[in-house]
Design a binder for this molecule. Structure first.
Ligand code: PRP
Length: 210
């Protein structure tokens, strides 16, 4: 049986539909209850519904054999897992954003609000810019509005949140999409099951893109 960490929420719904369409159905997942584990002996899968930001942790520690996670979370966590496939779902980008008309003062240390501390540190180190990180957990866009930070490093999908808060993209750091990942030991011990799932997902994605 393959244990799959599935992110709760909109991305998880899309990912489940994709897995269902290639033979890994588990209809009970649609039951409107608070259950977190769903299995289907016939298709050989057990799904765990986890917080999106925790998927890589479950997979890295082997609590799940495989999982689906946003590249942003993968980069931020630095989890030691195999990244096997780009599923092309949940496309967005991690950007630096600031107030409309923002002009940076290069001689001052830049105050950066973000929940992506490692991505932000890595990006600014790569351009040799000294920064102070202000770690937030959500509603990051508020920080420059209230003068808590100069800029933010955050996910931009439609750009609506920035627009409605008079902010704009200053730099795109990295494009993001959902990735199919595997635990390193499971990749050996459950090689054929994981390879079969990977092949089916790859074939479906190629078909979708053509
Ligand atoms: C994310 C992100 C932005 C928003 C971007 O927030 O942090 O706030 O989505 O989407 P948009 O470009 O389509 O407007 P999320 O909904 O995850 O909530 P958060 O405030 O907890 O980060």
């Amino acid at each position: 049986m393959l244990n799959i960490a599935l992110p709760k929420g909109r991305l998880g719904d899309q990912v489940y539909e994709l897995l269902d369409s290639v033979g890994y159905a588990c209809r009970d997942i649609y039951l409107d209850n608070r259950q977190l584990v769903f299995k289907n002996a016939e298709t050989g899968v057990r799904y765990f519904l986890v917080k999106p930001s925790d998927v890589a942790i479950y997979v890295e520690h082997g609590a799940a054999d495989v999982g689906i996670v946003g590249k942003d979370i993968l980069l931020e966590s630095g989890a030691d897992v195999y990244e096997l496939l780009d599923l092309g779902l949940g496309r967005c980008r991690v950007c630096v954003a600031g107030p409309q008309g923002y002009r940076e003062e290069p001689e001052r240390r830049l105050r950066v609000a973000t929940k992506f501390v490692n991505i932000a540190k890595g990006y600014y180190a790569s351009i040799n810019r000294e920064i102070e990180i202000i770690k937030l957990n959500g509603s990051i866009e508020l920080a420059p509005i209230l003068g808590l930070s100069d800029v933010i490093v955050d996910i931009v999908e439609s750009g609506k949140t920035l627009q409605e808060n008079n902010l704009q993209v200053l730099t795109e750091i990295v494009p993001i999409s959902a990735r199919f990942i595997a635990n390193k030991a499971a990749y050996k011990f459950k090689e054929s099951e994981i390879a079969t799932m990977l092949d089916k997902l790859s074939a479906k994605i190629i078909l979708k893109n053509n």
